[in-house]
Structure formats: structure tokens, C-alpha cells
Write a protein that binds this ligand. Sequence first.
Ligand code: NDP
Ligand code: 8X3
Length: 251
Amino acid sequence: MSKTALITGATSGIGKATAELFAKEGFKLILCGRRQERLDELKEALGEETEIFTLNFDVRDREAVFLAIEKLPDDFSRIDILINNAGNAHGLDPIDKGNPDDWEAMLDINVKGLLYMSKAVLPQMVERMSGHIINIGSTAGKEVYPNGNVYCASKHAVDAINQGMRMDLNAYGIRVGAVNPGLVETEFSDVRFKGDKERASNVYKGFQPLKPEDIADIIHFVVTRPYHINIADLIVMPTAQASSTIVKKNL
Ligand code: NDP
Ligand code: 8X3
């Protein structure tokens, strides 16, 4: 029986690349995001390879999250793998100049959204005593960088939640692990810089960043290990990157 994976943030970047790879590999997919036209395109594009169900909700909306999971059709109601990927950065400002709306968005999406999703999906995993949760953290969750303050705090929270979940769910045999990427060229910087495309593309100039497909490949590796193996915490950077602040240009 093919496994069912639920991917949040499937409409772009890492989540989309993961959906594409997982479809090719025959996973049944529940794909989530807020942009309906992109969900429709994904369903159309991947529907020939596997069974797809799409869900449109904002991970910040607690009721919508629980309702979406509760109302899944029977065919999709068993979730074997939850990929908590939806997330973003808003702004890159020193703390005294930061916008509290940006802070709230990052904490609500990256931290509270991930918690709501997990809480909504966990009861069935606990009951079955099996399941796999992959939390997409970041190198920003391991190391703070200048002006990254609240984004880094949100990803440090993901790191802590990943460790805590693993401890609390150990008794149920549920695998919990994080994949923590460095610089990946997606819509991430477009969102961070609020549509300033030039500023966004400058982030990835002069070196070879990771592609979303590179992370998808790693997530696929993580979920296809035999069940006694849990990749608990994985950091992946472009070769050009040594830390959040050290990136070798022209590599
Ligand atoms: P993208 O901006 O390309 O994708 C973000 C995805 O999250 C989109 O599908 C978006 O869909 C979804 N999303 C955003 N906000 C919400 C929301 N409120 N409710 C529901 N869905 C939402 O970025 P990435 O692919 O780069 O980011 C994916 C994850 O990877 C994030 O958690 C990010 O922090 C993390 N990451 C990214 C790195 C990078 O360098 N790119 C490095 C390390 C970690 P929609 O707008 O349709 O809702
Ligand atoms: C995304 C990577 O370095 O832009 O989490 O914060 S970084």
C-alpha cells in the first residue's frame, strides 16, 4: 500500500519540489497552501503520477487547520508522513527597527502553524503507534545572524520543538526529525523582501545556492530509511556556505 504524505507549503520552493519527487515515487499526497491556482496546477500536473488531494488553508488559522484534517476524505484520512514545511521570513532588520507585524507573522506561521498541524495529525499516529514527522528547520535555527533576530528565533523554536516532539512521541514509535537547510533559492527571499526581486536575487549571486530539488532529494532519503532508522537532525548547506554569515563567492 502506498504511503500518504501531507506537505504544507507545497505551492512553492522546497514543498513543491518535494511534492513533485514524492509523486514520481508513488506516494499519495495531500498538498497544502493558500494559493488555490497553484494547488490546482499541482493537482493537474501530478495527478497522472499519483493520487492527490489539495487543502487550502492558512496554517495560522487554528480552526481551519483542525477542520481541514478532520474533513479529509476516507481515502486520504490516514497520514503516514507529515512534512511541516510551510514557513517564511518577513524582513531583515535590526531589532529596534523591526516591524511587529513581521514578527507576529513569523512566529505565527513558523512556530504556531507547525504546532497546530502536528496537533491535528498526531492523534491518528499515536493510535496506530507509527508515523513520521519531518520539521523543516534552518541553519537559522542553529545559529543567529545579524538582523535575523525573530526569524532565527522562530527556527530555534522549531529546533526545540523537534527535539521535544521526538522525546514525547518516542513511546509511540513515531519518527520525528528535522531537515535544516542553508541557502536555497526559492521564493523565500522574495517574501522576506516583500517582492523586491533585485534584493531577493542578490542573496544568491556569486555562488551556487542549493536548489529546492536538492532538499526534496534529502527529504525523500529521510523518509525511505528502514523504520528502525530515524534521521533526527540534518544540516545541509551549499558547498560555498560555511555558516550563516560566511559564504565564499565565485564558487
Ligand atoms: P517559499 O516561499 O518558496 O515557500 C513557502 C511555502 O510556504 C509556500 O508554499 C507558501 O504557500 C507556504 N506558506 C507560507 N505562509 C503560509 C501560511 N501562512 N499558511 C500556509 N502556507 C503558507 O520558501 P521555501 O520553499 O524556501 O520555504 C519552505 C521552508 O523552508 C520554510 O519553512 C523556510 O523557513 C525553510 N527554509 C528555507 C530556506 C531557504 O533558503 N529558502 C533555508 C532554510 C529553511 P502559499 O503562499 O500558497 O500559502
Ligand atoms: C533560510 C536560510 O540563511 O536565509 O532559513 O536564514 S537563511
